[in-house]
Design a protein around this ligand. Structure first.
Ligand SMILES: C[S@@+](CC[C@H](N)C(=O)[O-])C[C@H]1O[C@@H](n2cnc3c(N)ncnc32)[C@H](O)[C@@H]1O
Length: 808
């Protein structure tokens, strides 16, 4: 790297590459250190001094400067120049040279590094074997610098390649650090042989054997001398490292048994199969003296005792005979005595067979034990993968790393072939594992295709995400209907809202109107929307603004604005529609969370806030110009009204880091999440909040629709009555045949009649009781209007009236 290489082909499609671009990192490899840091306890957040060896173009330095505490010292070095980075010191040098060391010393002064990172790769082009070797050398060089500059307890992260030097390197790391772990972060391509080794807890030894950092010793000699070398250099008293499959406390392959134990045992064959040597214990020397004198105790048999592992059947037979003789002499009796005797003396051939049998059964047992362990490991992995599918953990946590990459237990290819992937796609959490561990056998039978596994997994996650969206959309028919109305609306007004690109509601199913609810809703709305068009069209045409923006500018705070500000309306329009979308999203998110949190809630109809109150295009609110916008939009409105912002300022503010996102090839869930959560938040003012509050208050104080209608009807009827009265009195006035006195009295009569309250016909309340209850038809003896009531209810109402009277 170092040079600004152009990526093309497959590399360009890589989503870490795009994510890096999005986040402003200089290379996709930045995610490797991000993921390593996450997996290994966020060591960068605790590092005040970081050295990045082989740092060009500098993406690891970028990550470090973002994650390390403020004013940390970050030094990056590479053969290639690193473009300047804020808070990072960089210089050009070869990390294998004295010059680099001197430079580092100069920058570090008396400080010690908390973390040394190394992502070096020699410039490739040579043969693979050569490359791997120089890489390993580079690693050792970086370790050398780490050992010199790290503080006690510090962390060293290095890239190594899978090669024959790998184990030697790991061993050397272990000499310097308390914990050494290999990992392969998900962002590291599977096709790459690179592995990252994270060494934590630097031991800071006072004396260091130079051979530990000498490539010649490490890669050639150490391979053979490992055990002695380790003991000699650091821990002479430390025993050999415990490996898998050894019983607790048993650290050796070499096992001995005393002659007395062997004589007394009831199971001599298992001893002969599992031990290396029979020794004569000094403590029981006197006891064994007569045994030593036995004719069977020949030099040959004593020689055989020294190394049981190299003996043949014949030797075993002699040893067993010797044991029987010794038991006889020492008068040891046991369950196997008779059998042994018989077998040894009478049927030596059977005894051989038995030895063989016993030995092979021991081997079988060993095999079965290994198989059991393997199966248990598989089961553990299965559980972890299930957890991952349920988003409870990440692939990193499962530890698909280092060696496990090759021996992956989780094989999508196998699943695909067996058809299990299909059921997985349908949402059933079928596992890739089979009860038969053979399918997943680590030893070569599994054909895990590391090239495509990531892609398959991603495709799988995409499918699951789409299925989730479909389910959600189905449940959300109301919301879809609203979106469809909006789409129609926008079409009529020529609005193409690019922000909806790729949103849930933009999918084909939705556009085609598969959903019956949606299409019927659509038809119902046609009429009302058409009515709206005529009234709103005027506004829109006048100001060349969208309906939303026109309504927004209707607010009195814009009265008397000059043309310069009005010119910026299109930009404001954008902001307003953005703000409205936000409100909508929030409303919709409310749906989502209720859906997700409690499946049992699905029987309840959730009434979105944007129904009657928020949506000005709703019939109930037709003609109302109360359009609630967000505090951000209102802040903008205020600043325009008060002329605090020029047209230029407003347009300028419209450009921010979220304006031009290159999101091709990114997963849908990511884009949707970004749209939802990664937004540029504009500052809001107290005044704007107050204005919105006041608007809401006025809005909430309105009488409900039916009351308002009744009041309007009453007013209308009263005005009609008045009109009638006026006409009648005019006629009386125009009658010349009557005196003025007569006219006045006639008009007075008219007025009295008009103002006289009509007496309501009396309603008789009949309490239904006894046989009357539930019987239809007029009760006996009741004339005129009547109302049947329940006796108990009548009593209750009376007492309620009484209480009310008392209270007032
Ligand atoms: C994979 S790149 C490092 C990328 C870096 N971690 C990042 O994320 O930006 C490997 C770098 O190792 C550098 N390199 C190789 N040999 C080197 C050496 N002997 N001394 C210093 N840098 C070296 C190369 O110049 C190259 O820039």
């Amino acid at each position: 790297m170092g040079k600004s290489e152009k990526k093309h082909g497959k590399g360009r499609l890589d989503h870490y590459y795009r994510l890096a671009k999005e986040k402003g990192y200089r290379a996709r490899s930045s995610f490797k250190i991000v993921q390593i840091n996450q997996k290994f306890g966020h060591f960068l957040e605790k590092s005040k001094v970081v050295i990045d060896l082989c740092a060009a173009p500098g993406s690891w330095c970028q990550v470090a400067s973002q994650l390390c505490p403020v004013s940390s010292l970050i030094i990056g070095v590479d053969l290639a120049a690193i473009k300047p980075l804020p808070n990072v010191i960089t210089f050009v040098s070869d990390i294998t040279t004295e010059h680099c060391r001197a430079q580092l010393r100069q920058h570090m002064k008396t400080w010690k590094a908390d973390t040394v990172m190394h992502d070096g790769a020699p410039n490739v082009g040579m043969a693979w074997a050569q490359d791997a070797f120089t890489q390993s050398e580079l690693v050792l060089q970086s370790l050398k610098l780490a050992v010199e500059f790290l503080t006690q307890g510090g962390t060293f992260v290095t890239k190594v390649f899978r090669s024959k030097d790998y184990n030697n390197l790991m061993w050397v790391f272990q000499q310097f650090f308390d914990k050494v772990e290999a990992t392969k972060p998900p962002s590291s391509r599977n096709v790459s042989a690179e592995i990252f080794v994270v060494c934590r807890g630097f031991k800071a030894p006072k004396k260091i054997d130079p051979r530990l950092l000498d490539p010649k010793s490490v890669f050639e000699e150490l391979a053979d001398e490992t055990p002695n070398y380790e003991d000699k250099v650091f821990n002479p008293e430390k025993k050999k490292r415990k490996r898998d499959g050894y019983t607790e406390g048993d650290y050796t392959l070499y096992h001995t048994v005393t002659a007395m134990e062997f004589i007394k045992t009831d199971d001599p064959i298992s001893i002969l199969g599992s031990k290396n040597k029979i020794i004569f214990d000094e403590k029981v020397e006197t006891e064994l003296k007569p045994v030593k004198k036995l004719p069977q105790t020949t030099d040959e048999i004593l020689e055989c005792f020294l190394d049981l592992k190299v003996l043949g059947k014949k030797d075993f037979r002699h040893i067993l005979k010797w044991r029987l003789a010794a038991r006889e002499l020492l008068k040891v009796t046991g369950a196997d005595d008779e059998d042994d005797k018989d077998e040894v003396e009478v049927e030596p051939i059977d005894e051989e067979e038995q030895i063989e049998k016993e030995l092979s059964s021991l081997q079988e047992k060993e095999k079965a034990k290994k198989k059991r362990e393997k199966r248990r490991a598989n089961e553990r992995k299965q559980k972890e993968i299930e957890r991952m599918q349920m988003n409870m953990t990440t692939p990193m946590d499962i530890g698909i790393d280092a060696g496990q990459q090759e021996q992956s237990l989780f094989n999508l290819k196998v699943a695909e072939r067996s058809g299990k992937l299909n059921s997985l796609t349908k949402g059933k959490k079928a596992m890739v594992f089979d009860n038969d561990p053979g399918e997943l056998d680590n030893e070569g039978e599994s054909d895990y295709d590391t090239d495509n596994a990531d892609e398959d997994l991603e495709a799988e996650l995409d499918n699951m995400y789409n299925a989730y969206k479909e389910r959600r959309n189905e449940r959300d028919a109301e919301f879809k209907a609203k979106k469809l109305r909006e789409a129609n609306d926008n079409e009529w007004y020529g609005i193409t809202d690019t922000n909806h690109e790729g949103s849930d509601y933009d999918n084909e199913e939705y556009i085609n109107g598969d959903d019956n609810d949606v299409s019927s809703d659509d038809e119902d709305d046609d009429e009302s929307i058409n009515k709206l068009i005529s009234t709103l069209e005027k506004k829109t045409k006048e100001g060349h603004l969208s309906r939303k923006a026109a309504v927004f500018f209707n607010d009195p705070i814009f009265d008397g604005l000059d043309d310069t500000v009005i010119e910026s309306k299109p930009k404001i329009e954008e902001i307003v529609s953005e703000a409205e979308e936000e409100v909508e999203e929030k409303t919709h998110n409310g749906f989502e969370s209720s859906d997700e949190e409690d499946e049992s809630n699905k029987d309840f109809e959730v009434v979105p806030n944007d129904g009657n109150s928020w949506d000005s295009e709703d019939e109930d609110n037709k003609g109302s110009n109360i359009d609630i916008v967000t505090a951000e939009a209102m802040t903008l409105a205020h600043s325009i009204a008060l002329k605090q912002k020029s047209k230029h300022d407003i347009i300028d503010e419209g450009y921010n880091r979220t304006s031009f996102r290159d999101r091709d090839g990114l997963p849908d869930w990511f884009i949707e999440d970004e749209d939802r959560h990664s937004k540029f938040s504009k500052p809001i003012t107290k005044e704007a909040v107050e204005t919105i509050k006041a608007k809401l208050k006025a809005f909430n104080d309105r009488p409900i629709k039916k009351v308002a209608e009744a009041q309007a009807r009453k007013k209308y009827k009263a005005s009609q009555r008045l009109e009638k009265l006026k006409k009648k009195s005019d006629l009386i006035n125009e009658d010349d045949g009557r005196s003025e006195k007569e006219k006045a009295s006639d008009i007075q009569k008219l007025l009295r009649k008009a103002t006289k309250k009509k007496e309501r016909p009396k309603v008789t309340v009949v309490a239904a009781r006894g046989f009357n209850r539930g019987v239809s038809g007029r009760p006996k003896g009741v004339k005129g209007r009547y109302k049947m009531v329940d006796g108990t209810m009548k009593k209750e109402q009376r007492s309620l009236k009484r209480i009310k009277k008392k209270m007032s």
